[in-house]
Design a protein around this ligand. Sequence first.
Ligand code: PLP
Length: 407
Amino acid sequence: MTNHPYVPFHRPSIGEEEIQEVVATLRSGWLTTGPRTHQFEADFQAYSGARHALAVNSCTAALHIALAGLGIGPGDEVITTPLTFCATVNTIIHVGATPVLADVGPDGNIDPHSIETRITSRTRAIIPVHYGGLPCDMDAIYRLAEQHNLRVVEDAAHAAGTHYRDAHLGAEHASRSDAVAFSFYATKNLTTAEGGMVTTNDPALHEVMRRLALHGISKDAWNRYAANGKWHYTVQEPGFKYNLSDLQSAVGIHQLRKLESFTAARARLAALYTELLGDIEEVSPSPDTLCGRNAWHLYVLRLHLNELSIDRDAFIEELRLRGIGVSVHFIPIPLHPFFQPWTNGSHHHHCPVAMSLYHRIISLPLFPQLTVEEVHHVVNSIKSVVAAHRRHSVHGVLLERAARAAS
Ligand SMILES: *Cc1c(COP(=O)(O)O)cnc(C)c1O
């Protein structure tokens, strides 16, 4: 259908700096958590403005130790969004608590009005997810948290670089959250291949999470070594094995230095998508915010299905045939078989907005090295799919007739 080269959903931005730092780490003799991880933590702490930053090996680990560190467990309910990756809900189950789903608004972020209807005497915490890097309505969430004495743990997997109002997520002078969990998975805005960071402004929670991230040991190996070569340590509880290695932090240190320019590139490309998609009545652009800064992890196209003769899955197949790699974020939690015992038939998990959004959304390619030409190609491909499948259009009807006749 096209001679244009394939546009992938994602291409990582790894430079010579990251490669050299990894090589230097390999030659340094210190591979696991050590000086580079401590530097990465200090750099991320300064970048985010949070009081403490703890590097871990995934955002999933960050969420787990935040919930565990806050003492959330059996008998407790934790409210989160259905439009998220399964890890958000899995970690609630890992600590023995019960996940409760609140619906999202049209922007894909958890709806504070829906959260309010889910609060019971057992509710202990809220986990908002900044969907695609778009900041949630944190003031409304904090108001509920204060009224009902709830903890707030942000799933900021998409949101390294996201600002709520004038401050980065988790910043000490602005944030009232207990902890903020970031992901450095391969496709995220800042990557260490696998990795994560949890920030907090509570020194006691920081210490507990640090211990939980390394077997429940009071101090990590590097501290012992760096202090005076001591061999002694004490286990205070059965912790987990969640520390980040210096090999990964070597990548993260340089990715973090580029994060502002990555975010600016994403924002420019997103603005171009929004401008070009404005010509197409059958779709809506990815929403932006006036309440801070979108990190633009995702550009989520919305289809107007009543104006199209094909569904979202067929639309994706048409884009694939035109050489465009896309994805869907996310399959809502209630649609996964495992979560059905929690969600089936319970009005407490009734999330009509998330469910209808799911059938209309497509995540388009968006990454710093995507070219302007590629954005044009993606949008032209969307135009050609829409033109061929516009409901009631003469062209669309003729094409459908031809397709039926041929089959
Ligand atoms: C990627 C992602 C996670 C998990 O991040 P990992 O670092 O892979 O553990 C959690 N929540 C959301 C919303 C994500 O997109």
